[in-house]
Design a binder for this molecule. Sequence first.
Ligand SMILES: [Zn+2]
Length: 386
Amino acid sequence: MAKSPDEMTQPEIKIWRAQVLKSLDETTRKCDETLKKTKESKKILDESLSQSENLSEKWKSYENRFNHAMKNLVLQIGKQMVLTPLEPIKEEPAYEPEKMSPLDASKLLKHKRNIIILTGAGLSAASGIPTFRGNDGLWTKKYKYCDSAEDFATLRNFKEHPEALWEWMHYRLELCKQAEPNEGHKTILQFQEYCKLNGVKCHLITQNIDGLHTRLARQSEVLAVEETKQGDPSHGFTDCVFEIHGNLNYSRCFAECSKDLKEVQTPKSELSSEEQIPKCEECESIMRPHVLWFDECYTQELHRVDEVRSILDSEIDALIIVGTALQTSLASNIVSHCLMKNILTIDINVEPACHFGSVVEVCGKSEETLPILFSPFISKKSSKSS
Ligand SMILES: [Zn+2]
């Protein structure tokens, strides 16, 4: 037990005093340190306080300016509504289909000068390429990682499973490479040639990504499609065919080091699905198929959407719809636009695609009906075309 100072000897008292003094020194030093830290904290607090005052001033000023701008905007809108009253909403014209034979329908095309042909998967069915939404269409198949094709063929899924999407694309590309254009494709090309030789504007817009229209067009001496090679900015695009959903035969850099289109090569079968993903020669990123996924938007650069819109703004006098259920937005917009303007619309389908407006329905397979529909024009085309 420690002694009290009264019980201590003189030398013990000296040692005890020295210890007490040392302990006091230590306490004083710690107090000084705490004081210094408190001062520093106070300085930081002062700074924060002044900043928060500034912030609340800035917020108040922003709030005032925002309220002012909103009041002006509402006033402007109000003025404009008075100056230009809202147009009454146009009602969709009632559905008035008129069933016709292809030969009768062809008579309606006689003096037309600015025609759109809009094609879909039904046209290529006779070439052995499965449609998407039919009974045994591609979209009814089971896909890796997804319940539906609308989930599968998406940019989001490509980011997660590029090997699965490429496996599917390579399979479909092989189908398309083995397929030959059918009588439907051939007579459309002959009609395009007739139009070019006779000063009629004919815009072929396709939702198909099989490349069969362009393959044929490139063989036509009349259409004289410009030859391009890999590396040319327009490589993969054909002036006389609008491939609004892309073309399976091409791919582009997923990292977008450039937007140039490269031909897709058949991968070696011994490679794993990861190894079969094509790589960009410039930046070594993976390549992506040049097709529009379900969760992507149309662009001018890749899908020529501005050109399609400007065609719609021109004086179109006939629209021919071939083999499509019009389930994609741009295609259905084209048709709605023409029906609202009462432009002659001929629907060539096994099942009619239109459900409003006055439509000429030609029921049947396109490879059988198109040769009849275009026969009066094909026989008149110049003898120099093949
Ligand atoms: Zn690249």
